[in-house]
Each structure stands twice: as structure tokens, then as C-alpha cells.
Design a protein around this ligand. Structure first.
Ligand SMILES: O=C(O)CCC(=O)C(=O)O
Ligand SMILES: [Fe+2]
Length: 395
């Protein structure tokens, strides 16, 4: 039980590093521009809406474990509902001043907060230290796997220092005693609808409207100054893109509207090499690349063979298209790219391993989708998301 004056607790190594890495993969391939400047987020409803409902499966056991922990710490077993689940990343320039998490009329239902840190201070980002205004502990330096839980009221006024470099990533949940704010019931309805609409879903990401991926640098003047965050994520990992639709000639003042070209089939480029397999859209390509980054340490060891005719050298004309796409969608100075730690860009890349990663990613996706279809009927019965033990699944 936590103290009454400041109901809070810090639990070290609450979630395994492999889980942090999997959630990082999900965030970096699906996030959209968030609710505050320099903040990106991935909600479960967004995953469902973009044909990636299967990607909610890795959240299920963690949400359960978190709810149990919060109920144990605050001595309220079976009283809480999850109000919100989201992956939230804070980039250079993001910060939040002193506040409590229930400090707006529309947030009054929030009773408790759980923040799981998915990456580490000093390694993945600098700045971003968490502070409580009163009581102990006062400061907390985020470390991957740690959990901080606290009541959402004014006994836990807190703030987060500005991020000065890199990207700080958390899994954040809010809990409510009020069942009408139960996120699960809403998610079950969305899931039911999406499964009905998309049967038999091949699980290729379907992008949300382009402005949700557009990092705007000039909020005042029509949002044209900015860049596409999916493109930026590919770029910091050393990739460019190529479209078979040819030259696009996008006028400066219609950049954002033209982002639709990123939602059509395209190919990946690395250096002078073009990977000939087509992806359905930029999110599809990004998901493959992020999966490779996640799984690369294990793929290195496997024996991989690939058809080398899948990789060709770019012609001069193709290079122009690649250059043009980059200058339109990543033209402006991107603090995001510039502040990204160099270590994350300097990874060993190998096309054969990338090819193996794509195959392994298809299996991963298929398995999660299968699990989703097994779980959904029970979730519909209980209007709640929970994991079924594998022995039950086998039957
Ligand atoms: O990410 C954190 O450490 C806390 C963020 C926070 O205070 C909030 O989102 O309300
Ligand atoms: Fe907060």
C-alpha cells in the first residue's frame, strides 16, 4: 500500500526488456503526431483503425499485469477500469510543467496513472527527468522496464523536464473507477467492426489521413512547412523511397496535400540500391524496416539466402525521383532527425537479413492475427480484453 499523503510507487524492472523492444517496434511503425508539440502517440483504437488490430495482442498481458499491480499498490482490487492505453514518445523540445493528471474537466474520471518506461535516460535520450513536487521520491530518471504509479489527483503534482536529445518512450495507462470510461468496451466494438469490414485481413497497414503523420513547423500558415514522420523514421535508419508513379512535381504550397503519394505503392532505397519488392504504402515499408531493426540481432545468426536480382542499382532518372521525394517530404530542417542519437543510425545493414526479416515479419503478423481471432469471441462476451492461457487456446 502506498503512502496516503502521496500515493505513489516506483517499481524497477517491472516489464522485460524484450517487451519494451516489441512495443518500441509497434510505436515506431505506427505512431502519429500527438496531442502536444513534439509528442507522438500510438493508441489501441488507432491500431485498429489502420488495419493493425493484431498489434494490440502484445499489449494484452501487460495491461492485465499493470492493472493488477495498480490495484494491489492502491488497495482497490477489482475496482478499476483501464481508461486509456497508449505508447507516447517525447522528442526534442517536448516537456510538461507542474500538473496533476486529472486537472481538466474532461480528465476528472482519471484516478490512477501507470507509466512504464520503455527506453533509458542517458542512452536513448537526454533531459526528460520526472519530478514530483512534494514528498519522496522527488526525482526519477527513466530506465527501460521501470514502472511509476501514482494517484492522478493533486497529491501527485509532477512535471517532466524538456527533452534535449533523442526520443523518450513510455507506455502510459490511466485507470478509472467509473465503468462508463472503460476503454475495453469501446475497443471491443471497434474490433468487432474492423474484423467484419476486413475479413480475411492480410494485415497490411492502411494509413490514416496524411496530416496525422505530418509534423508541422508552421502551425499558423497552412501547415505546409514540415515533414512526414514516417519518412523521417526511414531516413534516420538510412533509407529513402522510390515511387513507380514517376516524377511528381509537387508545388511547395501543396506539400501536405500531396502526401497521398506516400500512401500508394512504393519501393525502398538504400544508398544506390533499389529493393524491387513493392510495399503497399509508406507505413507498410516502415513496418518492415522497424521489424528488421527489432529482430536484427537474432537474424544475423541465421543462414539466409536471397534472390540477388531483387536488388538493382538505381538509374539516373530513378535517383532524381528519390531525390525529389526526399526534398518534398523531408525538406525542412528536422529537429527530429538531427537530434536522433547517432548510435541508432549506425547499425549493420544486410539485404539478405532484411529479406529474412520480411519473411519473419509475415509469420509474426499471421500469428498475432490468429491469436486475435481466437480471443475476440470471448472478449465480445465479456466486453473486456484479457489473455486466454495457451492451453485453452490449443483446445
Ligand atoms: O512520461 C512521463 O514520465 C509522465 C508524463 C505525464 O506527466 C503525462 O503524460 O501526464
Ligand atoms: Fe502527468
Amino acid at each position: 500500500m502506498a503512502s496516503n499523503d502521496h500515493p505513489r510507487q516506483i517499481i524497477r524492472n517491472f516489464i522485460p526488456i524484450q517487451v519494451c523492444k516489441e512495443l518500441e517496434f509497434i510505436h515506431k511503425s505506427n505512431c502519429t503526431v500527438g496531442y502536444r508539440p513534439n509528442v507522438f502517440s500510438t493508441t489501441l483504437s488507432h491500431l485498429i483503425a489502420t488495419n493493425c488490430a493484431h498489434l494490440i495482442m502484445p499489449f494484452i498481458p501487460i495491461r492485465e499485469k499493470l492493472k493488477e499491480k495498480v490495484e494491489e499498490v492502491f488497495d482497490c482490487e477489482y475496482e478499476l477500469f483501464i481508461e486509456f492505453t497508449g505508447l507516447i514518445s517525447w522528442n526534442k523540445g517536448a516537456s510538461i510543467g507542474w500538473h496533476s493528471d486529472d486537472n481538466r474537466a474532461y480528465l476528472e474520471q482519471r484516478d490512477y496513472t501507470a507509466v512504464c518506461y520503455l527506453n533509458s535516460y542517458g542512452q536513448d535520450f537526454s533531459g526528460g527527468v520526472f519530478h514530483f513536487q512534494d514528498g519522496e521520491p522527488t526525482n526519477y530518471l527513466p530506465m527501460a522496464g521501470d514502472l511509476v504509479v501514482y494517484s492522478a489527483d493533486n497529491r501527485n503534482i509532477h512535471c517532466v523536464d524538456e527533452i534535449s536529445d533523442g526520443e523518450r518512450l513510455t507506455l502510459t495507462l490511466w485507470f478509472s473507477r467509473n465503468s462508463s470510461f472503460d476503454e475495453d468496451a469501446k475497443l471491443v466494438s471497434l474490433l468487432t467492426q474492423s474484423i467484419l469490414d476486413n475479413e480475411p485481413a492480410p494485415c497490411v497497414p492502411l494509413p490514416a489521413p496524411s496530416n496525422m503523420y505530418w509534423f508541422s513547423l508552421d502551425r499558423g500558415s497552412g501547415h505546409q512547412q514540415g515533414y512526414d514522420i514516417c519518412f523521417a523514421r526511414l531516413f534516420i535508419l538510412g533509407f529513402n523511397i522510390y515511387t513507380t508513379q514517376g516524377r511528381i512535381c509537387i508545388p511547395e504550397k501543396h506539400k501536405l496535400e500531396s502526401s497521398d503519394v506516400l500512401m500508394k505503392p512504393l519501393k525502398l532505397v538504400r544508398g544506390d540500391s533499389l529493393y524491387c519488392q513493392e510495399f503497399a504504402n509508406l507505413l507498410h515499408a516502415l513496418q518492415a524496416v522497424q521489424f528488421y531493426v527489432w529482430k536484427q540481432p537474432t537474424l544475423q545468426q541465421s543462414e539466409v539466402t536471397m534472390d540477388t536480382s531483387d536488388i538493382v542499382i538505381l538509374s539516373a532518372e530513378q535517383k532524381e525521383i528519390v531525390h525529389e521525394l526526399r526534398s518534398v517530404f523531408l525538406s525542412t530542417k528536422t529537429t527530429f532527425c538531427d537530434s536522433y542519437p547517432a548510435v541508432s543510425r549506425e547499425f549493420h545493414f544486410d539485404w539478405a537479413c532484411f529479406f529474412a526479416a520480411i519473411e519473419s515479419w509475415k509469420e509474426y503478423t499471421f500469428e498475432l492475427h490468429k491469436q486475435l481471432l481466437i480471443h475476440l469471441p470471448l472478449w465480445q462476451d465479456y466486453r473486456s480484453l484479457f489473455s486466454i492461457s495457451s492451453s485453452v487456446v490449443e483446445k
